[in-house]
Ligand binder design. Structure first.
Ligand code: ADP
Length: 196
């Protein structure tokens, strides 16, 4: 199965990716892969929209083969820290690009996910968690951009069957229980049983 966890920085994605991957015996991966385009993205402190589009698209094209091997599979499971859904939410901020354009572009490149979780926490809570790390914020981590991204994520959770919203403003253990339940529901819907 191919599962992603998306949400704004500090919502708890990497914590939950690690826990869910352990529970499923899945491989944990991160969007923005170590490809040359992924490295270009990580190396830039303020990429232009054109650079974001070009580099994210190229990086996902590299990742697509790995994602395809897990999508719809009963034996190969991937839990990804972010998916193109983050591009849908972030690249449409103050942009000529609509969320739907970014979605269509990416769905032409990567397979359908078995489950995409939107892990919701209020922007101020996420920013406080990021501040507590004591590491400089990236170009993405600005309140207005995060507020926009949260609204797009929430809308996608309402409008797309494959996006499930989970409340991340609870203990790590409580969130992990809901993550496992969402994965099990997706597995049962696809295969009639739990496949891990
Ligand atoms: P993200 O990958 O979304 O940026 P992280 O998983 O790195 O988020 O979590 C950001 C910070 O918040 C980390 O210090 C982590 O330990 C902490 N954290 C994660 N989940 C929770 C939670 N449910 N409650 C409180 N703190 C959390």
């Amino acid at each position: 199965m191919l599962i992603s966890i998306d949400g704004i920085d500090g919502c708890g994605k990497s914590t939950q990716v690690r826990l869910l991957a352990e529970a499923l015996g899945a491989t944990a991966i991160q969007e923005i892969s170590p490809s040359r385009w992924g490295k270009a993205l990580r190396g830039s402190d303020n990429p232009s929209l054109a650079q974001q589009l070009a580099w994210f698209t190229a990086d996902r094209a590299v990742l697509a083969e790995t994602l395809e091997a897990a999508a719809g599979s009963e034996t190969n499971h991937i839990v990804s820290d972010r998916s193109y859904l983050s591009g849908v939410a972030y690249q449409s901020f103050d942009s000529v690009l609509t969320p739907e354009f970014v979605e269509d572009l990416n769905r032409a490149i990567v397979p359908d996910y078995d489950l995409q979780v939107y892990l919701h926490v209020p922007v101020e809570v996420a920013l406080a968690r990021v501040d507590a790390r004591g590491i400089a914020k990236t170009w993405c981590e600005k309140p207005d951009r995060l507020t926009w991204a949260s609204e797009v994520f929430a809308r996608y959770a309402r409008e797309r069957d494959f996006v499930v919203q989970i409340d991340g403003y609870r203990t790590i253990e409580e969130v992990a229980v809901d993550m496992a339940a969402a994965a099990e529901a997706a597995s049962t819907a696809a295969f009639g049983r739990r496949v891990w």
